[in-house]
Write a protein that binds this ligand. Structure first.
Ligand SMILES: NC(=O)c1ccc[n+]([C@@H]2O[C@H](COP(=O)([O-])OP(=O)(O)OC[C@H]3O[C@@H](n4cnc5c(N)ncnc54)[C@H](OP(=O)(O)O)[C@@H]3O)[C@@H](O)[C@H]2O)c1
Length: 214
């Protein structure tokens, strides 16, 4: 695996460019994705991915598009996903399809470890509803708790020094207007602070960890 070296440090400018990580950032155009990009792009080579924008396109609900995206990207040092869909609605009215929203996105769609170089990492995004239930949030709690469990379980099985973590943010300040009524009384956290948890996951040494940002 290529070691993380800060491109912006003068001393490191003498080192070859491959010492910076090649990072696949899925969901780069989103609220969290933009903040992660802003933090990591000065030091790393970021390949942005989205459904409708980015260097490469993929939709988690269509596995063949993911496969094509990974093939186009080639081997990378880190995969970061700040993408994912959740269904918000009353439990009594939830259809099976709605209840399953997000499970395929997060648990199946993000299994990209065979595209990682030795020692590489995967960072997924869950959320506070895993442990702090909200009204109309049964699917969100299910998906986020499953994702956290997946990270814990997958970490002990990964080979070649690969690592996997999740970032579990509370409501973002930037999303308060849109979702604040669903999270009454929740303190919000700025996207820039959430992005630091992704940096810890990608550049740090931990694995099987859920980085809660609350
Ligand atoms: N915002 C919050 O307050 C908050 C708090 C806790 C957890 N989260 C979780 O964090 C994740 C990102 O949240 P966000 O607010 O940054 O979302 P966002 O602003 O809606 O952005 C989502 C990003 O993911 C991409 N995306 C969505 N569905 C996709 C799919 N099926 N396949 C591929 N890419 C897809 C979007 O690309 P296109 O635009 O091209 O579709 C976009 O780049 C979500 O899982 C959310 O549940 C968010």
């Amino acid at each position: 695996m290529a070691f993380m070296i800060c491109k912006t440090l003068e001393a490191c400018s003498l080192l070859p460019k491959e010492n910076c990580m090649k990072i696949l950032l899925i969901g780069a155009s989103g609220t969290i994705g933009r903040a992660v990009h802003a933090l990591l792009a000065p030091r790393h080579d970021i390949v942005t991915v989205g459904r409708s924008s980015g260097d490469l396109r993929a939709d988690f609900t269509q596995p063949e598009t993911l496969q094509k995206m990974f093939e186009a990207a080639g081997q990378v040092d880190a995969i970061v996903s700040t993408a994912g869909n959740l269904h918000f609605g009353p439990l009594s009215e939830m259809t099976a399809e709605q209840f399953n929203t997000g499970l395929q996105d997060k648990l199946l769609g993000q299994l990209g470890q065979r595209w990682l170089r030795d020692g590489g990492s995967i960072t997924l995004t869950s959320g506070v509803a895993a442990t702090e239930p909200i009204r109309h949030g049964a699917n969100a709690s299910t998906v986020n708790a499953a994702l956290n469990g997946f990270v814990t379980g997958a970490a002990v099985e990964l080979q070649r020094g690969l690592r996997i973590n999740a970032v579990s943010p509370t409501l973002l300040t930037e999303s308060a207007e849109a979702y604040g009524s669903v999270f009454p009384g929740f303190e919000t956290v700025p996207a820039a602070r959430v992005a630091l948890a992704y940096q810890r996951s990608v550049e740090g040494a931990q694995t099987g960890k859920v980085f809660e940002v609350i």
